[in-house]
Design a protein around this ligand. Structure first.
Ligand code: GAF
Length: 383
């Protein structure tokens, strides 16, 4: 990770003020895909790729944002109503907009941002940016929100300002993750359990280099298809506002009224919820083999029933299968590109990463980026 002191000194040089610094991580999801907006279960891990935010107050009524990754500065009036413009500044200005909507007066500030969560890779760079900015701006206005509340505010930035109809998983894990642990989240009431990741298990994240986005497109379509199936079940037996409340028996009973696509999307979501709960129980009792099997089944379901994968991600998963040390592999995140998560025996992780990269390059002609990550703490102040 970037040395926070570098960001601090760059902020001082640019804005002639002493900043306070915050960090918020990206995430990798072990299992539980497209279940969060169905009020189901997810089991993500915060990773050691993150956004850093340095903030200091200004007295001229301006909000000045500087993104080191883009080498770009943007200035806004603190009094004006923020408007989205399909630009990186939508995320920090979305935070300002949501906080204003909550009744806070947001004064002028300078904010320097830097991040190393690979963009468009399905590792939640935008959630990291939202949560880091939320912590920075709330500290400036003297408000301290608990992690779950920060997560909800971050999700609202996506839903209400950026225009991405996502669930709460990414912001929740960025705000509440814990070093060396996975987090089983119940997206209905936001209760959660932490499950330790054994020290001899490595998280090997393999980037297919196929860009992923949750704004519009396939993410939206899949969500709508699964929700249409839910509405049909609900129309028959009631008390099924979300697929979280549906069973596979419901699906068999009323599936013939659904379009074939809706049926398959719902089949994935309902079964994925069951797998995710089972996976968290397996991890809690240290049954890593079972966890790996559930990840394999989750990938099959994500790819074939939800049709949320792509040729490259399926290839990355397939090529990992007979590599020494593999416990489980699947596409992680919103889908249609991005990264696979491979749980691998720690002692084999380096060799695994190297061989997977060379096999993938040989098969697809694309050089992947492969990272051996560890589970990290959620967002916090760093100085
Ligand atoms: C993206 C979304 F932002 C999450 O809310 C979640 O739906 C995920 O895709 C799929 O599980 O990361």
């Amino acid at each position: 990770m970037h040395d926070p002191e570098t960001l601090r000194s760059q902020h001082r040089a640019r804005f002639h003020a002493d900043p306070v610094l915050f960090v918020a991580p990206g995430r990798v999801n072990l299992i539980g895909e497209h279940t969060d907006y169905a009020e189901g279960f997810v089991m993500p891990v915060a990773i050691n790729f993150a956004t850093l935010a340095a903030i200091s107050p200004r007295s001229d009524g301006k909000i000045v944002l500087y993104a080191e990754n883009y080498g770009e500065e943007k200035t806004f009036s603190a009094d004006a109503t923020p408007v989205a413009s399909k630009h990186w500044s939508d995320y920090p200005m979305g935070v300002v907009s949501i906080l204003k909507g909550e009744g806070h007066t947001v004064p002028g500030f300078s904010l320097s941002l830097w991040g190393d969560v690979p963009l468009g890779s399905g590792l939640s760079s935008s959630a990291a940016l939202e949560i880091a900015t939320l912590l920075a701006v709330t500290s400036l206005i003297g408000v301290e929100y608990p992690g779950p509340v920060l997560a909800r505010l971050g999700q609202r930035v996506e839903n209400e300002f950026v225009g991405a109809n996502c669930g709460i998983m990414d912001q929740f894990i960025s705000a509440n993750g814990k070093e060396n642990h996975a987090l089983l989240l119940d997206c209905r009431d936001l209760s959660y359990r932490l499950a330790p990741i054994p020290a001899n298990v490595a998280l090997v994240i393999a980037n297919t280099m196929v860009k992923h986005s949750i704004v519009g497109g396939d993410y939206k379509t899949r969500r709508a298809e699964s929700e249409a199936a839910c509405a049909i079940i609900n129309s028959h037996r009631g008390s099924v506002p979300f697929l979280r409340d549906a069973t596979l028996e419901d699906l068999e009973k009323w599936g013939h009224e659904m379009t074939p696509k809706s049926y398959l999307r719902a089949k994935h979501v309902i079964s994925e919820n069951m797998r995710t709960v089972a996976a968290s129980e397996a991890l809690l009792r240290g049954d890593i083999k079972k966890l790996g099997q559930l990840m394999a089944e989750a990938h099959r379901s994500y790819s074939e029933d939800f049709e949320g994968s792509c040729m490259e991600a399926d290839t990355m998963v397939e090529l990992a299968q007979d590599l020494p040390g593999l416990i489980g592999a699947r596409l992680t995140g919103g889908g249609f590109g991005g990264c696979t998560i491979n749980l691998v025996e720690q002692s084999q992780a380096e060799a695994f990463a190297k061989e997977l990269a060379s096999r993938y390059a040989a098969r697809t002609g694309i050089e992947p980026e492969i990272h051996i990550c560890h589970a990290s703490d959620g967002a916090h102040r760093i100085g």
